[in-house]
Design a protein around this ligand. Structure first.
Ligand code: ASP
Ligand code: MG
Length: 404
């Protein structure tokens, strides 16, 4: 029994949002453990616990200190891990919960968006050897400076994949409240369909463009270590989505659509390389992720992911000091079409611009890579545009445009 293969599972916040759901997860884990697998279970905070903690911090200090924020936010996962360990013990199995630090998750020192540098899973292995189910608090680690860190929003997936790699697990299963990865967020596009298989690069692009179902850094890790990720719905019999090496490519060029409701943009002219570098350092230090950076003829432009930006006013002030007044704009969103070799299909770009015109979404910018076409639009047009694009590129029930 004890020498069975290691399975790493991760349960998202919605799967552990109530005590009853935690008990259901405990039963599911116990079943797999009784089949003879050695189980490592990574948990997210219960429901909206992280948002609630964040709101409390912001009520106390508009722009809270990032170290203290990490001390606070890491608590969410500690609540769910200990409760789940208790629930599994109620199922008659031995279980122990461990924090990120106790599990040997060593990270960089950058609070609120730390990256995992190394995993030293000795304690986890010892507990498994002792016949226990090991519950690990997701989304957190300890920096080489011995500070508690968090991995950025949605970071529990990363904990799971990193542990799966360090433990040479047989599988890494990520459970949430949706049946895997869809062609678009099914809460926004009711016609979205599930994808059975995806390659790492496409999944990483989807995640980086805002698809919440899997975390981008987790996919990057899985790609590096060649770990297959199974994204499934908690308690469902469905197969879900597997993200793995050499998955088939979409013939139409479009695999899926991802959206982000709130991004910021930075635009300035007459910018020197030294200024650009200073601006990028300021963004990095404050947790704003620069994407689609452009510097040509002194014109600087970039789109910023703001999920892990907790000090927007400080960032604005610093950027204005470096680049001049009024350089930061908010109230924008991005919709991205993802697929390997997408820009080779000219009709996709045309369909995208036509769809934007159709739903009266003012296109504030277009950016492309070999995997992605991104349209920048006002935040309020993000959802209608996502639905229109889904139909226009043939992912929805409307027939695809003719290929020319
Ligand atoms: N609880 C954290 C969040 O809400 C981490 C996670 O869910 O993966 O972002
Ligand atoms: Mg969460």
């Amino acid at each position: 029994m004890r020498n069975g293969s290691i399975i790493v599972q991760k349960y998202g916040g919605s799967s552990v949002s109530t005590v009853d759901k935690l008990k259901q997860v405990a039963r599911l884990v116990a079943t797999r453990a009784r089949e003879g697998h050695r189980m490592v279970v990574v948990v997210s905070a219960m429901g909206d616990a992280t948002d609630e903690l964040l709101a409390k911090a912001q009520a106390v200090a508009g722009e809270p200190d990032r170290r203290e924020l990490d001390m606070l936010l890491s608590v969410g996962e500690r609540i769910s891990m200990s409760l789940l360990a208790m629930a599994i013990r109620e199922e008659g199995l031995e279980a122990v919960s461990l924090t990120g630090s106790q599990s040997g998750i060593i990270t960089t020192a950058s609070h609120a968006q730390a990256r995992i540098m190394e995993v030293r899973p000795f304690r986890v292995e010892d507990e498994l050897d002792a016949g226990r189910v090991v519950i690990v608090a997701g989304y957190q680690g300890v920096s080489y400076k011995r500070e508690v860190t968090t991995l950025g929003r949605g970071g529990s997936d990363t904990t799971a994949v990193a542990l799966a790699a360090a433990l040479s697990a047989e599988a890494c299963e990520i459970y949430s409240d949706v049946e895997g990865v869809f062609t678009a967020d099914p809460r926004v596009v009711p016609d979205a369909t599930p994808l059975a298989e995806l390659g790492y690069a496409e999944m990483q692009e989807l995640a980086e463009a805002g698809a919440k179902v899997l975390n981008a850094q987790a996919v990057e890790f899985a790609k590096q270590k060649n770990i297959a990720i199974y994204a499934r719905k908690t308690g469902s019999e469905g197969r879900g989505t597997v993200v793995r090496l050499n998955a088939p490519v979409a013939p139409s060029g479009v695999r899926g659509i991802a959206h982000e409701r709130a991004v910021a943009t930075v635009e300035a002219s007459g910018v020197s390389l030294a200024q650009a570098r200073e601006a990028l350092d300021a963004m990095d230090a404050l947790g704003a992720t620069p994407r689609q950076l452009n510097l040509a003829g002194g014109c600087f432009s970039c789109v910023l992911g703001t999920e892990d930006l907790h000090e927007p006013r400080t960032l604005e002030a610093r950027l204005e000091a470096i680049l001049g007044p009024g350089v930061l704009s908010t109230g924008r969103g991005a919709v991205s079409l993802i697929g390997e070799g997408i820009t080779r299909h000219a009709h996709v770009m045309r369909a995208a611009l036509d769809a934007a015109a159709e739903v009266e979404a003012e296109v504030l910018g277009v950016a492309t890579s070999s995997f992605r076409i991104t349209l920048l639009v006002p935040s309020l047009r993000v959802e209608p545009l996502t639905r229109a694009l889904h139909a226009a590129v043939g992912l929805g029930p409307v027939p695809a445009l003719p290929v020319d």
